[in-house]
Write a protein that binds this ligand. Structure first.
Ligand SMILES: [Zn+2]
Length: 183
């Protein structure tokens, strides 16, 4: 796994965190959107499994995992940023559909006429669209708010020392998982 291609798989306890990680541009599967078996099958060795459930965290699995201690989504984001030493330059906000987890694409302004509120169409130059669900995104007060929140997360991740989670894994809550011994 390179630093540039961090990918996550959040279990059913972390749906809100999953959406926030997508907002930051990270490829994040969420168990709340797919059947359990399919969710487990899609976690490959390069994904990091995120859970708040200690029993899930204790299971031996062939992929890396991170226990999330906080129950507040903002603090959960900070836990992830801190534990993995994610740097601000790795964060690319609003490049991924929050609902489908696929990269969104630039779309001609004329193509969204009638599909977004008139005022929005008249006052915005750039629009993006999810190729899967066709949801249209644009910069507005909601994204400005989210960006402010994001800058707070980044600053707190750099400054704060969160209490170490009470898990048996080495490091700040990150375990490499149990790998099958080679032949
Ligand atoms: Zn979508």
């Amino acid at each position: 796994m390179t630093e540039r291609t961090r990918r996550f798989a959040a279990d059913r306890t972390l749906g809100k965190l999953a959406r926030r990680l997508r907002m930051l541009g990270f490829d994040t599967l969420c168990e709340c959107e797919v059947p359990r078996r399919r969710f487990e099958e899609t976690i490959d060795a390069e994904r990091i499994f995120l859970t708040r459930n200690r029993r899930e965290f204790a299971k031996p699995v062939p992929y890396r995992k991170l226990f999330i201690g906080s129950d507040r989504p903002g603090d959960q984001v900070i836990e992830v940023l801190r534990a993995l030493h994610i740097q601000p330059e790795e964060i690319h906000p609003f490049r991924r559909c929050l609902f489908c987890n696929v990269p969104i694409e630039a779309v001609e302004r004329n193509q969204v006429l009638g599909l977004v509120p008139d005022y929005t169409w008249e006052t915005r130059e750039r629009f993006t669209r999810c190729p899967r669900c066709r949801r249209i995104y644009w910069r507005g007060s909601h994204t400005e708010r989210a960006l402010r929140e994001l800058s707070v997360w980044i600053r707190r991740a750099a400054e704060e020392r969160l209490p170490k989670p009470e898990d048996p894994s080495p490091g700040p809550g990150l375990a490499s998982g149990d790998r099958k011994p080679g032949p």
